[in-house]
Every structure is written in C-alpha cells, then in structure tokens.
Design a protein around this ligand. Structure first.
Ligand code: PGA
Length: 252
C-alpha cells in the first residue's frame, strides 16, 4: 500500500503568491509513485489551487469542515463546498482545534460521520497531552483509545473505508515547542490503534504519525511497515524540505 504524506499548512502562508508557489513546488516533485501526497492549505487558497491540483499527483485536502451540510452557520465551510473544489481529504479533530477552539469529541464525531457518509477521506487526529504521557505509555494508550471511542462513535453507520488515523502526541507538535516522539514509542501507539480499530470496525485502517516530522526523522517513523505515512506541519512550509521528505518516503 502507498504511504500517505499530508502537508498541513495551518494558518500559513499569508500571501496568495506564496501559496501558489508552495503548491507548484509540491506539484513539481518528480517521480511520485509510491506515495500519496496531499496538501492542506487554508480555505481561501483551495479555490485558487483547485485548478492546479486537477490532473496532478498532489491532491488537495482541507484542514477542517463543518458538521452540517448547509444553513445559518456563520463562518463555517461545508463539505459540499470542499468537494466542489476537488478536495479529497479532510483533517478532522486536529489538536490545535480541540485546544484553541475547544472543539469537543462530540463535534469531531459529527464531522467524521458526515465526511465518511459523503466519501470524503478523513484524517482523524488523536493524541495525548504531555501530562498524560508523563504518566507512561499505558496512560497515553488509554487516552487515545478513549478518544477513538468517542470520535468514532458514529462511524459504524457509515463505514470506515475512507478513514485514516493520525497519531499526533500533542506535546510533539512543533507549534507547542515540542520535539518528535521516539519512533519506538510512537509505533507502539500506532499498533494499538490498528488493533483496536480492526476489531471495532472490521477494517485494517491506515495510521500515520505526526509531530515535528522533518527530513531528518521521517525515515525513522515511516520505515515501519505499520506506519502508513506522516502528517507534516511546519516542515511542509519549506518547498525544499517538503521535497526532501517526499523523496525519502518514496524510497522506503
Ligand atoms: P508539526 O505539525 O509537523 O509542525 O509538528 C504537525 C501537525 O500539527 O499536524
């Protein structure tokens, strides 16, 4: 199965010209064969990049979506709008949204259900805060299992074929000032996620790692058979660095 690399640009870049250049650089990476590359820019750039993404190996993803299809919801963006722009993936439940915008597991579950119902591929982010990991691996695993149970509460109804899980320990995300997890501990959690979900959902889902992934450490995570790719934040904002990451993953 192909490895999956998701570039999460978060609230960057500020200018259209920089977004276009960054996307063009990703699109220009040669010989992408063994990797699915998905770029998730901020909403305003999606419409601009939709044309560039058409027919390209680099797919477009969104960083979020709303759980209702239409209506009086000021400031929100619907799944229909995303799909009309050719968006193929959506990140749901990123820890920054949970922490800063107080997005609850209930909201996350509704979004996951709607996206899967409409065959939009979901990258559901889960991961424990530092205070939990400090208690040990068992506590971290229990935290993640509980998050999965709540966030996937509605999935059985719609089917999980289009679901990907991103294990992102919150303390390892570069925006929190953190450092990447140790690959051996990350793979331990990734394996538990796969096992738990293969029992619950009867499918072997793709599970990727996220948190301070760079060209220096991507191999140490993604070379494991059980790790199906990476979610890359900060490092995806440098065209050169992201190209290196793609090239490394291609060779795995
Ligand atoms: P990072 O972000 O690679 O900058 O740590 C990853 C993420 O938050 O998705």
């Amino acid at each position: 199965m192909k490895k999956l690399l998701i570039a999460n640009w978060k609230l960057n870049p500020a200018k259209v010209k920089d977004a276009t250049a960054l996307f063009a650089a990703a699109k220009g990476i040669k010989n992408i064969k063994e990797t699915e590359v998905v770029v998730c820019p901020p909403y305003p750039f999606l419409s601009l990049l939709a044309k560039d993404a058409k027919g390209s190996k680099v797919m477009l993803g969104a960083q979020n979506m709303f759980w209702e299809e239409e209506g009086a919801y000021t400031g929100e963006v619907s799944i229909g709008m995303l799909q009309d722009f050719g968006v193929r993936y959506v990140i749901i439940g990123h820890s920054e949204r949970r922490r800063v915008l107080l997005e609850s597991d209930e909201m996350v579950a509704k979004k996951v259900e709607l996206a899967l119902k409409h065959k939009l591929r979901v990258v559901l982010c889960v991961g424990e805060p530092e205070i939990v990991r400090k208690k040990g691996m068992r506590a971290a695993i229990e935290f993640v299992k509980k998050q999965l149970a709540l966030d996937l509460a509605k999935v059985e109804k719609v089917g999980a074929d289009d679901l990907v899980i991103a294990y992102e320990p919150i303390w390892a995300i570069s925006g929190t000032g953190g450092m990447a997890d140790s690959p051996s501990e990350a793979i331990e959690v990734v394996s538990v996620i796969k096992d738990v979900l293969s029992v619950k959902l009867k499918v072997r889902l793709r599970v990727i790692y996220g948190g301070s992934v760079t060209s220096k450490n991507v191999h140490s995570f993604v070379h494991y058979d059980g790790v199906d790719g990476a979610l890359v934040g900060g490092a995806s904002l440098s065209a050169k660095e992201f190209k290196k990451i793609v090239e490394i993953v291609e060779k795995i």
